[in-house]
Write a new protein. Structure first.
Length: 192
C-alpha cells in the first residue's frame, strides 16, 4: 500500500512538473506571438501613415497646380507669392516623406517628383515674366492703334480705311493695296 501511495505521489509530482513545463512553453509561445502581432501592427500603422502622407502629397500637388494657374492668370503679385510659399512647403513635404521610405525605387520616384516641381516652378516664373512683358507690349500696341486712328481723323488714309481686316489678307494683296493707296494720295496731293 505504501508503494501505491508513493507511486501516486510520484505520478502527481511528475504531472505537476509536466504541467508547469507545458505552461512555461505555452506562455513563451504566446508571448512570442503577441510580440510578432504588435510588431505587425506597428508596421501596419507605419504603412498607413505613409499612405496618408502620399495621398496628402498628391492633394498638395493638385493645390499647387491650381495656385500656379491663378498666379499666371491674375496680375496680383500676392497670388504669385502665395504660390512660391506653397511650392516651398510642397518641397519640404516631399523631403519629409522621403525619410519614411526605405525602397530605392520609391525614393527615385520622389526625386522625380521633386525635379518636376522645381522645373514647373521655373516655368511658372518664366510665364509670369512673359505675361508681364506681353502686357507692356499690349499697351504699346494700344497706343499705336490710337495714334493710327487719330491719323484717319486728320485726313490721312490708311489701309485699315480700305479693308476691314488687313491682317487676314495675304502679303501680296496688302502690298498692292498699299501701293494703290500711295498712288491715290499722290494724285490727290497733285490736284490740291
Amino acid at each position: 500500500m505504501k508503494y501505491a501511495r508513493r507511486a501516486i505521489t510520484f505520478k502527481v509530482i511528475i504531472g505537476y512538473i509536466i504541467l508547469a513545463s507545458l505552461a512555461t512553453v505555452s506562455g513563451f509561445l504566446i508571448f512570442h506571438e503577441i510580440k510578432t502581432f504588435t510588431s505587425l501592427q506597428k508596421e501596419d500603422i507605419t504603412d498607413r501613415s505613409k499612405i496618408i502622407r502620399a495621398g496628402s502629397l498628391i492633394a498638395d500637388i493638385y493645390e499647387n497646380e491650381s495656385l500656379a494657374r491663378a498666379a499666371i492668370q491674375l496680375k496680383s503679385s500676392e497670388k504669385f507669392d502665395e504660390y512660391v510659399f506653397e511650392n516651398e512647403q510642397l518641397l519640404l513635404k516631399i523631403d519629409s516623406l522621403r525619410s519614411l521610405i526605405n525602397s530605392d525605387s520609391q525614393q527615385h520616384i520622389l526625386d522625380s517628383i521633386k525635379v518636376y516641381v522645381n522645373q514647373k516652378f521655373e516655368n511658372i516664373k518664366e510665364l509670369k515674366e512673359l505675361k508681364t512683358r506681353d502686357n507692356a507690349d499690349e499697351s504699346i500696341n494700344k497706343a499705336i492703334n490710337k495714334l493710327t486712328s487719330i491719323d484717319s481723323h486728320l485726313g490721312k488714309v490708311s489701309i485699315n480705311d480700305l479693308v476691314k481686316n488687313p491682317d487676314a489678307l495675304d502679303k501680296k494683296r496688302v502690298r498692292i493695296l498699299k501701293s494703290m493707296l500711295k498712288y491715290l494720295i499722290n494724285i490727290i496731293l497733285e490736284i490740291l
